[in-house]
Design a protein around this ligand. Sequence first.
Ligand code: 13P
Ligand code: SF4
Length: 303
Amino acid sequence: MEEKQARLQRLKREKDAVILAHYYVPEDVQKAADYVGDSFYLSQVAQRVEAKTIVLCGVRFMGESAKILNPQKTVLLPDAAADCPMAHMADPARVRQVKAQYPDAAVVCYVNSTAELKMLADVCVTSSNALAVCRALPNRRIFFIPDQHLAHFIAAKLPEKEFLFNDGCCVVHDAIRAGDVQETMRRHPGAKVLVHPECRSEVTALADYVGSTAGILTFAQQDDANAYIVCTERGIFYELRRRCPEKTFFLVEGCSQTCTDMKKVTLDKVIAALEANAPQVTLPEAVLQAAKTPLERMLALSR
Ligand code: 13P
Ligand code: SF4
């Protein structure tokens, strides 16, 4: 392990590279990263880093966002097959049709989406800024793609807006069922419930706190309880335990809480990507241009 870390440090220097990782990738990759964070933080870092190469340890849409925000840089995705199924869960033809039918609607696109979908959006959001961005939009009508659960969570907080929904979802969060959360609550009375807004509304209804991965981490760190049931992907446990070593965190009984795509990003693949300078994220020039506007608008509206 020591040897791998040393090799990685040498490669980073040689290639002028910086490593960005999401909280869901394997522990040793999080440990090796220069920056670890939620989707919003990673897009902010991707916009400002100076290194020539960004190694994005996460799924494809994260690598694409980094490339769109930084087209002149080399962006490496250690496993080119690590993709988020939800990113494909909106149909571009339907988005065009809704835009034609409701010209007054803003198309709000969760960053967990393909670059092709982002091209059709007025603005992007992540789970940590979706509420603020939707609230700040002048449009009353919002077509939110691709995640139905995040859309419903935000819509309930903005009764002054009219939401049009899409039917996509995260397969990992959607599989966390309220009955299993309630059973886990019975087994651990007193434990607070932390929920990601990609979960079903009957699960967010059970929560003491709902927020992005970064929000969940901050809440656990600042809150005074000593035990929590965590309704998101299990990769977050590494950082939860690192920041709160005295606290206890429970998974939901009977749920896998594993994103197989995030787990494809291994330390060996990070090293191999740096050695080979591949796989690189590449997008056609027209896509880079068109998808940049909604991402930059998100960053501006979240400031
Ligand atoms: P955040 O880290 O932005 O909360 O996103 C969760 C997620 O599902 C990323 O794939
Ligand atoms: Fe996509 Fe869900 Fe995996 Fe995140 S956890 S990458 S939303 S499938």
